[in-house]
Design a protein around this ligand. Sequence first.
Ligand code: PLP
Length: 454
Amino acid sequence: MSRATEDDHRYIWHPFTATEEWNSYDPLVIERGDGFFLIDENGTPYLDGVSSIWCNVHGHGHPRIVEAMKQQAERLCHSTMLGLTHEPGIELARRLVEMTPQPLTRVFYTDSGSTSVEVAIRMAFQFMRQTGRPHKTRFISLVDGYHGDTLGSVSLGRSEPFHIGYEPITFEVFKLRPPFLHEPVAGLGPVDDDSLQAASAASLDELAGILQEHGDEIAAIFLEPLVQGAAGIWPQPPSFLRGVRELCDRHDVLMVCDEVATGFGRTGTMFAVEQAGICPDILCLAKGLTAGYVALAATLATDAVYAAFAGAYDEYKTLFHGHTYGGNPLACATAIANLDVFAEEDTVARARDHAEALGGALDRHIEPLEHTGPVRRVGTMVGFDVYADAASGRRYPAAERRCHRAVLAAREQGVIVRGLGDTMVLMPPLSMPPDLLERLVATTAKAIDSATAG
Ligand code: PLP
């Protein structure tokens, strides 16, 4: 065990990590990144198959982005957005407004996906109070939705088993079953368009029922558009989003789209909502905003929402919310360079081609496996489940940690992936070329085979 490993075990409490299990083996100590590889302290390269938790876009150490970071770091690393402003923050806001659907016109910066959602909760709640609808104080979210780990976002996304027991310190929301939990799709992986449409119609009926009964209490619905990521990469058809938009308009409810995971090209378009041709009232962005290099998030709102916060100071209509590093200039300069690279390298269009190659590799290597269910893929977001018996859908006992074993086996072969329970997730950087995608999928397939043997 190296000194670094010993000190890690002694001093660090890792996120979403069972501490005893963590301390039972030597952790991988990553020293640097190079393109699509993470390189450990011994110089061994590992393919980054989950974009360093769903955020890396163009690979590690992209020279254009690193240069922009260096230049900004020499100029100014941090000032504040409280009472001051700066050029990178202004330019980035303008570009975000230009590239997102209209009428999103205002950008509120924070520093993580979770805080971008917290801000959206407060915007929606206060918007209703300040526009003569103080009774609209409640929210709807999707079953198995995930919006982050601060308590507001946990209230929206509360899921078993992570949030068992948190009821006393979170607020209750109306839960809508998304299409993947409705017949005829429920429980299945392969979702042909017709069955997904039918399930979506059932989900929209359920939403109409909730709004019929409780619409006058509800301020907003929060959802991850097109794909529920942390639920296990479960898709919705674009028509579902159009249906939600219509129902929100009919019942005077704000639509908040959390594109923290789906934004910046992951689903095949720059933003998932583009595929439905709709515009939410509030849009949350993080992760890929800075190409996955530094922490930054943005909550975009329409002029109508923004206008409700106007007034003299002593009317107390202000959004009294902010985080020290929200809109950090180094992060904003990084995000601007990221957007430049998107344009220069035509990243979204290329990622659509890569997604086709990824689909082919999944067909060849994962679909034939004995212990996996059907593959779900939207753009470059991939999920599939590991089963004791795939035909009946019988799972392994959680303690066997089969998916986690596959993660460790893939690592032995130089590939980093990460499961969610017994759902394996692959989410390569958008620019990862087809030969590396092939390697990612083939290695993962072999790792699952070995982890499910016996
Ligand atoms: N919203 C969605 C849809 C996410 O997938 C995530 C993280 O995976 C978050 C919010 C939380 O983002 P963060 O981890 O940056 O707080």
